[in-house]
Design a protein around this ligand. Sequence first.
Ligand SMILES: Nc1nc(=O)c2c([nH]1)NC[C@@H]1CN(c3ccc(C(=O)N[C@@H](CCC(=O)O)C(=O)O)cc3)C=[N+]21
Length: 309
Amino acid sequence: MNSQTQAILATDKRIDGKAISAQVLSEVAEQVSQLQAQGVQPCLAVVLVGKDPASQVYVKNKLLRAADVGILSVEHYLPEHTSEETLLSLIESLNEDAKVQGILVQLPLPKGIDEIKVLEAIKPIKDVDGFHSSNVGGLSQGRSVLQPCTPSGCMRLLKHVCSDMSGMHAVVVGRSNIVGKPMAALLLQANCTVTLVHSKSRDIQSLCQMADILVAAVGRPEMIKQDWVKPGAIVIDVGINRVEKDGSTRLVGDVDYADVWDSVEAITPVPGGVGPMTIAMLMSNTVEAAQRQHALVSMNRVDGSRESP
Ligand SMILES: Nc1nc(=O)c2c([nH]1)NC[C@@H]1CN(c3ccc(C(=O)N[C@@H](CCC(=O)O)C(=O)O)cc3)C=[N+]21
């Protein structure tokens, strides 16, 4: 941990996702320069189907961050009524394109397109979202694979306030494939005792009260209040909820930030917590994908030269 990080921690129990993501992005920029020096230009393909306004904002932010760190991006905007077949053939061509090392299909996809089928079509080594079953399986086995961006961003934030999570009780609220389940897998890998809480769980409040580390990823505005949180807990708020208040829209998490503030040891704000980390980890995954593909190509070259006369 460097002195800048320690300064962030010393001054505040607010875990500053913006500052920590900036640190990740500067590491990524360094790795990009190293790849460029080896003749590799990392490139991320972003596919957006339809005109969902929130998705458009997210995609724009991803492209901006990519440019910041020297990652090239190619955008593919497809109309709302694109057929599954058209989308699959675009993915096929991106799979075959050696200049593209990362493929991201923005979710959710319009109705009528089979999300799983689309995600499974992406080559696992280019799957910078970590959603392909081969990467999901690898994660649960503890193999070194591309990991989903939001959970790996949360782990990075946790490591800033807690270098050793071993034996801690982590409670994850929400069991989605993109956050809750992979988050539980990563916490387990970090030797936490993990409880995965969901809509059918009984007495969610008491389960939350047991948490040394509480991760909220349910999408219910300010659901978690002070009397849900054990004093001294570390709270990671993955929720991003737009709520109307006094005629304007505000962004709030799944945790009532002001209410729990006095009890917690550390907490991520919304905005400025997990959100910026998700994008930073996407850039980190793109570089990792590029490094892996470069290593594979170099290995094949070595093999090839052995076979040539
Ligand atoms: N294939 C795929 N991969 C994704 O990673 C993916 C996706 N689809 N679909 C949508 C969700 C959502 N997501 C966010 C990324 C950054 C912020 C972010 O930077 N949030 C800012 C606030 C931005 C705002 O004002 O809305 C913050 O929390 O500070 C939020 C949400 C990635 N997603």
